[in-house]
Design a binder for this molecule. Structure first.
Ligand code: M6R
Length: 614
């Protein structure tokens, strides 16, 4: 979703800003823009519909000088993607330029008020009202920029991360956040500003994550100053970034998505490192151990998430109920937050989010918190909003995920949920020592099992050619693999734009079976598990109606191979961990089909990596 970059220092700001925008492209956007203050005192604003490369072409012959500037990638919410609606927006006098991520809910009220005072707006956005309001306050109250921003933000309802520069003060950027992420990077005599740390990492590892209601006053030659809306000064907490620049490059792969699929043996190893001991006799998730009493006494666990993270949550439900015998409910965060749910103080609410910034999940967390529940976060992006607002949690440690379609984050989330369920079950005594050690060792072996699956990528690539032109797909799975089927379908539709639906295999006969004919590819996860025989019956039902079956089977399988049209083998693993290995060929299948169709795999249309608006 929208991306913010800012720079103030001695470098050529344009180059830093454009590079930063490229780093944020993975978030998803449909227009881009940049504003710089030149040495001659001009405020130059350039905007373009489309990609950052289009903006670069547009700005090529223009004045791009200056050592201070702000830049933006916009994911349209209010008003179509075009040059006028793209950010930065400037004030009526042209003195101020502002960029914004988030949604201003009461923008129409503010706009009407300003229009009644004679202001004419140029765009259809909610953002433009902020910069107009700031300038109106500066003029009518005769205040400086920072005070005007504070006063304006008091009138604003909604979510925002903003940055504003002024022609009258070429040595200052004012930035503020509420419910939308913003990070300030601190270098030698220079400052960076961004929606996340990816544009900053190559310049400095010192960052300050702004909290809600905080305003950063970034001034040339001065230390970073942070104040709140009441102008009370807050000591910024400077953190050290753990990311490195090679994690943000493709490393020889044609797409980030493929790189991230192939990284999974290592990312899962990183995820379990320090949590499972070398001997494979213990797993200890510190967030659980540190809050042992809470987990021992939990009445219920509610998991809130969106998209792929919601699919991981469904697997978490199976794991926790299976191992720990604690009732679990899984909720779409977007539904949970608005449906007046019953939340008990002895509930544990787990929020799963790769980005840690998903607006609906964040709102669900705030709601559960206000009802007194204990909140546990499972996130990837270190320092993001969800881990900073939860009571405790676990990072999945899979490194930055740049491809919009989540792959390594999904398997990392399921791995953390597996360790969480095992840790709780062990602490509560729900599981025998023998079973516990067996499962810990099975989990420890997963990275090697994934290496085996990845060796079959060429096979999946071949298979993808046969199905590239299908118009619909059905994905089926049962038990632990039902959520894996949902995830397989989501991957395909996200990046290939082929319609795909996931179902519990036995549910097919209650409706979806009407869709089966010789044109319909049906992907069935049919690994050797406790309901293998039942899944075989479901495959028979599809074959009886001429459906074309692609089955994910366990190595050495004979029964399914005898009836399915195509089989992809995965190694034998303990049943609770089959979704991790079964997901790999489904990720590859979606990837290769999308590549065959010439899709923009890493940046599929309409999608955003970090969904920071509801
Ligand atoms: O960052 P989050 O895990 O909270 O994101 C949730 C969804 O937006 C995300 O999983 C989305 O469905 C992905 N594009 C899936 O590939």
């Amino acid at each position: 979703m929208c991306g913010i970059v800012g720079y103030l220092g001695n470098k050529d700001a344009y180059a830093v800003l454009i590079k930063g925008l490229h780093r944020l492209e993975y978030r998803g956007y449909d227009s881009a823009g940049v504003a710089m203050l030149s040495a001659k005192g001009e405020l130059n604003v350039y905007k373009s519909k489309g990609k950052v490369a289009d903006l670069e072409s547009f700005a090529r012959s223009k004045d791009i000088s200056g050592t201070i500037g702000i830049a933006h990638t916009r994911w349209a919410t209010h008003g179509e993607p075009n040059e006028v609606n793209a950010h930065p927006h400037y004030s009526p006098s042209g003195n101020l330029a502002l960029i914004h991520n988030g949604i201003i809910e009461n923008y129409s009220v503010i706009r009407a008020e300003l229009e009644s005072r004679g202001y004419e707006f140029r765009s259809s956005t909610d953002t433009e009202v902020i910069v107009y309001l700031i300038e109106y306050i500066m003029k009518s109250n005769r205040t400086d920029l920072c005070t005007a921003v504070q006063l304006a933000l008091r009138q604003v309802v909604g979510a925002y991360a903003i940055a504003v520069i002024s022609r009258d003060n070429p040595d200052r950027i004012i930035a503020a956040r509420k419910s939308s992420p913003l990070v300030v990077g601190i270098g030698e005599d220079e400052f960076f500003l961004a929606s996340d740390a990816t544009p900053i990492i190559e310049y400095t590892d010192k960052v300050v994550y702004l909290n809600d209601g905080e305003i950063a006053v970034i001034s040339r030659g001065e230390d970073l100053k942070v104040v709140n809306l009441d102008n009370v000064e807050i000591t910024p907490e400077i953190k050290k970034l753990a990311m490195n620049i090679s994690q943000l490059e493709k490393g020889g792969y044609p797409h980030f998505m493929l790189k991230e699929i192939f990284e999974q043996p290592r990312t899962i190893l990183n995820c379990i490192r320090g949590r499972i001991n070398v001997e494979g006799t213990n797993v200890a998730l510190s967030g659980v151990i540190d809050n042992r009493e809470k987990f021992l006494n939990a009445r219920r666990i509610v998991i809130v998430a969106c998209g792929t993270s919601w699919h991981a949550a469904l697997i978490g439900e199976h794991l926790i109920e299976d191992f720990c015998r604690i009732p679990v409910e899984v909720e779409y965060a977007s539904e949970f937050r608005y449906r007046n749910p019953v939340i008990y103080p002895d509930d544990i609410v787990i929020a799963i989010s790769q980005s840690g910034e998903t607006a609906d999940t964040l709102a669900a967390v705030e709601l559960a918190k206000s009802e007194g529940a204990f909140i546990y976060g499972i996130c990837n992006a270190v320092g993001s909003s969800i881990p900073r607002t939860t009571d405790s949690g676990s990072y999945i440690h899979v490194g930055p995920e740049i491809g919009v379609a989540s792959t390594k984050a999904f398997t990392g989330q399921v791995t953390v949920l597996s360790m969480l369920a095992l840790t709780i079950a062990h602490q509560r005594g729900n599981i025998s020592e023998e079973k516990f050690i067996q499962l810990v060792r099975e989990l420890q072996a997963i990275p090697d099992k994934i290496k085996e699956v990845l060796k079959r990528s060429e096979e999946v690539k071949e298979l993808s050619r046969i199905f590239t032109y299908a118009h619909n797909f059905i994905y089926l799975g049962r038990g632990y693999n039902y959520p894996a089927a949902l995830e397989g379908a989501l991957k395909l539709k996200e990046i290939s734009y082929i319609h795909a639906e996931g179902y519990p295999a036995a549910e097919m006969k209650h409706g979806p079976i009407a869709l089966i004919d010789a044109e319909m590819p049906v992907v069935v996860i049919a690994t050797s598990d406790s309901i293998y025989e039942k899944t075989i019956s479901n495959i028979q039902e599809i074959k009886a109606r001429q459906g074309r079956v692609i089955a994910i089977v366990t190595e050495g399988d004979k029964a399914v191979r005898g009836i399915a049209d195509y089989c992809i083998e995965v190694p034998q693993v303990a049943e609770p961990f089959t979704p991790i290995v079964a997901s790999i060929p489904l990720q590859l299948l979606a990837y290769y089909i999308a590549v065959n169709k010439g899709r923009d795999v890493d940046r599929p249309r309409n999608l955003a990596k970090s969904v920071t608006v509801e």
